[in-house]
Design a binder for this molecule. Structure first.
Ligand SMILES: Cc1cc2nc3c(=O)[nH]c(=O)nc-3n(C[C@H](O)[C@H](O)[C@H](O)COP(=O)(O)O)c2cc1C
Length: 185
């Protein structure tokens, strides 16, 4: 009993600003400090989002996970983008071919997607629908070709049912990674 009273007294004596700072610390800061329980899941068609995922992994630690799914796209750019557009319009969800061994290990999950037609890719949507992310903190990161965030963050937030969605995600042009360190703290 005495032990608990002493602990309580010690907590009370914490300077208010320290307690406040601790409370205000966001998910990314927590992830940086813990370096465990963190998953960095991403889909990348041409390598940009992969480069950002690796840069986050370098700073935060945790486990990298590439979202892979069935299906393929034409080699030519225009037909490829048209197929992707059709898939998005039809709400296509490709079957995942890679899997996270134990999602319960993670409480902070960075999720990366390229911006495709203003939103996240069907592969990322499949990931969000396959795993129960309720109660987990989800930090989005997207890469784009000039359009910026558009509906990527809001669509991801809507699709990760019950997750704690961090609106302060990363949105970078192409494989840009400068500024990631500042974004994370
Ligand atoms: C099918 C498709 C649709 C795209 N749509 C957009 C878009 O709406 N807005 C945008 O800014 N960039 C768009 N882009 C560009 C990609 O978002 C950008 O090149 C991204 O960094 C690619 O990431 P990745 O290399 O990880 O696949 C599109 C690219 C593809 C292939």
């Amino acid at each position: 009993m005495k032990k608990y009273l002493l602990l309580f007294a010690a907590l009370l004596s914490l300077p208010f600003s320290a307690a406040q700072t601790a409370a205000a610390q966001d998910a990314k800061g927590t992830a940086m400090e813990k370096k465990s329980g963190v998953l960095i899941a991403y889909y990348s068609y041409s390598g940009n989002t992969k480069a950002v995922a690796e840069a986050i992994r370098e700073k935060v630690g945790g486990d990298l996970f590439e979202i892979k799914a069935e299906g393929s796209y034409p080699d030519e750019y225009r037909p490829m983008t048209e197929q992707a557009k059709k898939e998005i319009q039809e709400g296509f969800r490709p079957k995942l071919t890679s899997s996270v061994a134990d999602i319960s290990k993670y409480d902070v999950i960075f999720i990366g997607s390229p911006n495709w037609w203003g939103t996240i890719t069907p592969q990322v949507s499949s990931f969000l629908e396959t795993y129960d992310l309720s109660g987990k903190t989800v930090v989005p990161f997207i890469t784009h070709g000039g359009g910026g965030v558009q509906r990527t963050f809001s669509d991801m937030a809507a699709q990760c049912r019950g997750c704690k969605f961090d609106q302060n995600g990363w949105a970078g042009y192409g494989a840009e990674t400068s500024g990631i360190g500042e974004w994370l703290v």
